[in-house]
Design a protein around this ligand. Structure first.
Ligand code: HEC
Length: 102
């Protein structure tokens, strides 16, 4: 009887031991994904704002659909140097243009 009780507890302990790390890993994966989605959305929002502010300073805004992903990378890199746009803003602008051109 006593042996059985100990065995039951041992089984539960082992099961929990396996379960807890599995839950923790799942939770961590969930959080990371949510955070990635959130930071992507924030970068796109920052890119959209910086694009309308920075890229209209010297000429009309060209619609995102006008150029391909590769062309926007070249073009914004060119404009970043010309207009002295901070690197993280330029990256956000590129992300926004790539997400909006298809
Ligand atoms: C400081 C002024 C200035 C700012 C700010 C600026 N541009 Fe330009 N842009 C120019 C000039 C001048 C040209 C003419 C081509 C050149 O630079 O040789 C040009 C040309 C372009 C062209 C034509 C193709 C090319 O690469 O030459 C594109 C596309 C373009 N700009 C997009 C942008 C985008 C997107 C932004 C925002 C990230 C931006 N521009 C910000 C001055 C600016």
């Amino acid at each position: 009887m006593r042996y059985k009780l100990v065995w039951t507890f041992a089984t539960i302990a082992v099961a929990l031991g396996l379960l807890v790390p599995a839950i923790t890993i799942a939770e961590e994966a969930g959080t990371t994904q949510a955070e990635t989605v959130q930071s992507d959305a924030m970068q796109l929002a920052m890119g959209a704002r910086a694009w309308s502010r920075e890229c209209s300073r010297c000429h009309n805004l060209r619609p995102p659909s006008e150029l391909s992903d590769e062309e926007w990378e070249v073009s914004v890199t060119h404009m970043r140097v010309r207009a002295n746009i901070p690197g993280d803003e330029a990256d956000a602008i590129i992300a926004f243009l790539k997400a909006s051109n298809n």
